[in-house]
Write a protein that binds this ligand. Structure first.
Ligand SMILES: [Zn+2]
Length: 360
């Protein structure tokens, strides 16, 4: 028994009921899927390879900046045109290659703050066009992030977007509470009154508003998490708050499910394995990982360049001889590949840490 037993599409990009079944399976079997930020075909294949080799499903996500990078840094992005074109291009690329890896892939887009909503609108236009033609959205899911706004505005606007996504059976992830930076959380001992820590009432409020529209949504709740890697000790994670959310919603709705809410862990880089395990046991189905993977991607390329320096300074001539060509050392397929290998290795570690390895 594995995750592909419960899915109708077993390899390639999945959507709708399959995404829900995948996340329910995660909660049932106590694992989460890492969401890998991808910015190029190279980072896509590094992530897909890791998931294939570890026999796991995977989530690939593009941020607004990552999507623009897919289109090219030289394209102007004043009206989000590069981010829209890049996200659509990335989606088509991922859709085309994912089946070759034999694993289910959730095709997602990352944080979309209020000022970036034209990006989300543009992607939804592409989703609707694709849906009209193929009967499914181009992307499995999107994220809307209005956590910096008033709570009411956040929930109502999220509801509006979920209404647009619902006819396509498209998933929507939202965020509530602040996922802080280094200084947030210092000297904040009073957990229950701290905006870094989302309250169960907020989660219930979101659940009550969104559930009648569509079952396809998840919540990234703040429990002291931070984006990026900072000096340890400045912010205290409280994953146990997530279990309070589940219990509160379960009691209020008389749900039969122990974990009625699909939760997302943002700012996962730098957290301990124990913190991940705890959060996953409380119904986290997706963990965002970006910073650690950026570093992992660099290390392979960095070490290659440092070790092969004498073979890279000119096209012809190296320590083996004045007339020796260096083409096989400077071909991007050689040195970019080294970054893919080290990134892939780090993704595999995450798949082990989140207990996703072997779940196919
Ligand atoms: Zn976030």
């Amino acid at each position: 028994m594995g995750v592909t037993d419960v899915l109708s599409v077993k390899a390639g990009v999945i959507y709708g009921e399959d995404v829900k079944k995948l996340f329910e399976y995660c909660q049932e079997k106590n694992f989460a899927i890492p969401a890998i930020n991808v910015t190029s075909s190279s980072t896509v294949v590094a992530a897909l390879e890791a998931a294939r080799d570890k026999k796991s499903p995977i989530i690939l996500q593009m941020s607004q900046g990552g999507a623009a990078y897919f289109a090219g840094k030289g394209v102007s992005n004043g009206k989000q045109e590069a981010s829209i074109a890049g996200a659509v291009a990335g989606a088509h690329y991922i859709r085309a290659v994912a089946p070759s890896y034999g694993i289910p892939v959730v095709l997602h887009t990352d944080h979309c703050a209020k000022k970036l909503l034209p990006w989300l609108d543009g992607m939804l236009d592409a989703d609707e066009a694709w849906h009209k033609d193929k009967g499914e959205p181009l992307f499995s899911s999107h994220m809307i992030d209005l956590s910096e706004e008033e709570v009411d505005f956040n929930i109502q606007t999220t509801a509006k977007y979920l209404k647009r996504a619902a006819p396509m059976k498209q998933w929507l992830e939202m965020e509530i509470g602040i996922t802080g930076g280094e200084e947030d959380g210092v000297n904040n001992e009073d957990v229950d009154n701290n905006s870094l820590y989302t309250q169960p009432e907020d989660i219930y409020n979101i659940y009550q508003t969104l559930s009648p529209i569509s079952p396809y949504f998840s919540i990234a709740a703040g429990f002291g998490n931070v984006h990026g890697v900072y000096k340890p000790g400045n912010v205290k994670l409280h994953p146990e708050l997530l279990s309070k959310h589940q219990k509160y919603v379960k009691d209020k709705t008389s749900s039969k499910k122990e974990k009625p809410v699909f939760l997302v862990f943002h700012g996962g880089s730098g957290s301990s394995k124990d913190e991940f395990k705890q959060a996953i046991s409380y119904g986290v189905v997706k963990v965002n990982l970006d910073t650690d993977l950026q570093y992992a991607y660099l290390t392979g390329i960095r070490d290659y360049v440092l070790n092969k320096k004498d073979y890279l300074m000119k096209q012809v001539g190296n320590p083996d001889g004045e007339d020796k060509p260096n083409k096989k050392y400077y071909d991007p397929r050689v040195w970019v590949r080294e970054g893919e290998k080290t990134m892939s290795k780090r993704v595999m570690e995450a798949l082990d840490d989140f207990n996703a390895a072997g779940q196919l």
